[in-house]
Design a protein around this ligand. Structure first.
Ligand SMILES: [Zn+2]
Length: 263
């Protein structure tokens, strides 16, 4: 095992094709991965990529997909809380992933606190999408997607402060609010970040410096495959001059420590 990719998308529609090929791509690269479910039904009416689908991927390809992220639509209220519990307890998924731009909510909105309370109770991590998204990009009005929901301060920072026992992973370098994300990770020991969604070639200097320095135990490898293909992310990361021990931490050691993944 060369790396643990904590952020990959098998698709966002129900029953996406090509799972066998996806598994083969990861196997070929000696990388294990955590696929992510998807539920934005309230906003779009689209059937979710179900948590059961992710659980099935893990069951069918246990050597490649070692765990996965559940997704629930927070607007479903108590049903969302129950589904989060079922996904972790019964399906065995690792934790919860939110895409607030697609799901149209602020993480610090008190109406959704029962979800984070449930995650504390379950002892499971939550991943929040941070910064701009490829979803709706280049369309008039961004396809109706609002970026405000993905800003780190105050929306994520509030949750991190209110739930000190909750392990939080901010997904992506959080551009154009990268410094806010770095500030939270430095300030709050229960917050971590994944480096997915951008080629490491384009990481700003401040991010590279922190990953090589004081955040070397806090940053996790995620690709956002297929949006940033796995192979491209890995190849670009190797060329950026990170210290060898930092590369090992980012690629898998931090995921083992922070998320308790045993591989
Ligand atoms: Zn993603």
């Amino acid at each position: 095992m060369r790396a643990i990719d904590i952020h990959l998308h098998p698709g966002i529609t129900p029953d996406p094709p090509g799972i066998k090929e996806l598994a083969e791509t990861y196997r070929r690269n000696d990388v294990v991965g955590l696929p992510i479910a998807w539920d934005e039904e309230t906003r779009t009416g689209r059937q979710p990529l179900a948590n059961d689908f992710i659980a099935r991927m893990i069951k069918e390809y246990p050597d490649v997909f070692i765990s996965g992220w559940a997704c629930v639509d927070p607007w479903k209220g108590q049903a969302a809380v129950r589904e989060a519990e079922r996904a972790v307890k019964e399906l065995g998924l690792l934790g919860l992933k939110s895409q607030q731009a697609a799901q149209q909510f602020f993480p610090n909105d008190r109406r959704f606190y029962p979800l984070w309370e449930k995650c504390v109770e379950l002892g499971c991590p939550v991943m929040f999408h941070m910064g701009t998204t490829g979803y709706g990009v280049g369309q008039p009005g961004g396809g109706g997607i609002r970026l405000k929901y993905t800003r780190p301060i105050p929306y994520l920072d509030d949750v991190a402060a209110d739930f000190p026992q909750l392990t939080i992973v901010g997904a992506h370098p959080a551009w154009p609010w990268q410094d806010e994300m770095l500030a939270i990770v430095i300030h709050k020991s229960n917050v971590f970040m994944d480096l997915s969604g951008w080629s490491p070639k384009y990481f700003p200097e401040a991010l590279k410096r922190e990953v090589n320095g004081r955040l070397q135990d806090r940053a996790l490898f995620g690709s956002d495959h297929p949006f940033i293909p796995l192979e491209r992310w890995l190849a670009d990361f190797q060329k950026e001059g990170y210290k060898p021990e930092v590369i090992e931490k980012v690629l898998y050691k931090n995921a083992q420590t922070i998320l308790g993944l045993e591989v």
